[in-house]
Write a protein that binds this ligand. Sequence first.
Ligand code: AGP
Length: 624
Amino acid sequence: MCGIIGYIGDKKTSDILIDGLKRLEYRGYDSCGIAVINGVGGLYLKRVSGRVDALDALAASDPVKGARAGIGHTRWATHGAPSEDNAHPHTDCSGSVVVVHNGIIENYLELKEILLKAGHKFKSETDTEVIVHLLEEKLKNLDVAEKNARQAMLEPVFFEAVRRTIADLKGAFALAAAWAKCPAILLAARQHSPLVAGLGEGENFIASDVSAFLKHTKRVVFLNDGEIAAVKKEGVTFFDFKGRKLERESIVIQWDSTMAEKGGYKHFMLKEIHEQPEAVEDTLRGRLLPISGELLEREINLPLELIKKFKRLQVIACGTAYHAGLVARYVFENFGMPTEVDFASEFSDRAKITDKDTLVIAISQSGETADTLHASREAKVSGAKVLAITNTVGSTLTREADFVLYTHCGPEIGVASTKAFMGQLAAVYLLGVHFATARKKLALAEARTYAEELLKLPRLAEELFLSEKSIAAMAGACAGSEHFLFIARHINFPIALEGALKIKEISYVHAEGYAAGEMKHGPIAIIDKGMPVLAVATTSKAISLMAGNIEEAKARGARVIAIVDEDSRKLIKAADYIQVPKTMELLSPMLNVIPLQLFAYYVALAKKCDIDKPRNLAKSVTVR
Ligand code: AGP
């Protein structure tokens, strides 16, 4: 997730762009830049690897004069580490066309090969740079008789070149483009990434979200997928991707800028819970079909030979990432790959059991967790190869691991991890299907079935939010409890642990996650009258055993809230139910965790805790 902004009007463009980027930094902050058209044909470009403040200082040291239009970008890297070269805006070979982009271009490698053959010179490792060179190519093919074309005549040519460019793109994009030869227009397009136009008086804006320009105007038009905005000082005109003009009504936003950063949600954590369908979609995007193993070979350079020969998988991680690792064990072993999972902090003494036949999988959202880094280094000393699953491009773990699979969740601001966890699960399922296919443990037809079910999950997760109000009510009713118990079986046992961790982290009350089958061996003694017990009881091979565990808890006075699907609901007698959409048992953790995240959030909300910045906790634990 990145932040883009465009401005056209009579104010100082660079100031407007930089101020807007500061308000978009929660969307990405590893590098940034602005491009400003200073008169016909002139382009002022400033980019830094770092925060917007550094860009501000750079622009102040070499101010641009007489500029009335420009675009800016603050980046959360997905392709190519944070650096000035990889920072947006990206320019074409002529240096007169610039583009900023938020999203993932799935077919960028194919397009890049074509453009390289056509003689284009690339300066970055990003997928975005393909867009600006493709646009340059389209402009050339439109055979612009630039020498005698008046500027006004060039605008329709620029529009058509942008329209043809986006027709070649596959994937997700919110992009803005500017051409130094057309200083009176900016063009923007939206496909699966947010984009909103801000309509001012004698000035207009385009941005990833309203927070970038809310101090200038509250009148906006949210673009839909498949739409292009032609942004001029006099007004903004909308078109579909075929170039047909659209009538779009503006609305007036009631948010203040703080609310806007949270997309209207009260806390980043709630916003990020709701961003999970998008995080899954972006992490799976372009990586699942066709099932051909190319993800492993081309994107993460994991040689298929190594996959075929490793004897054991060893997962190391901390906290929520460790729970993703526990789910990974069920997934990998479901496909016949022996897997161990350890807290990174406990693994160091065991690292010597790894060897060249072990593939270590280090899971870390930040890529900076000291325990995980230490354990990964120990494993490498023992001869193991390390594959990192992380959300942060250029983090220490990515530089030290042998292979990296990125989740594409965008920055996670809330200390309590939610969408990053979901991205880690998506990455685990990706690897499971690819490993199993490569090791002939899964026929291609079966692999396709898993892939198709996985690709349905974002939409199923969206459905889940229809129960949010009832989950909030249940949480409110339990908020006074001093103890919570979460129980589940098999692949959902890690989800019980994750649900308990969420409550502990943000509500500061005691919560235990337990394997339901283990309750009789002691823990059931802690159940008191009215104690909330959250039981994950969706359809599974063990559902009748789970139903028995729920009865045992109820018999001791527990208030059982059961997470069920339409089939398992008929077998479970609980005080309350949270129904989730039906999916394969193996994939059910990705849906079952969401009600527990929401439950924890609303308990903390009822207790008026500091949800985004819980006491004693840091977003990344960089000490051992
Ligand atoms: C999760 O809600 C916590 N914030 C914490 O357990 C976190 O998952 C853990 O510190 C690991 O962080 P990492 O994924 O960045 O390595």
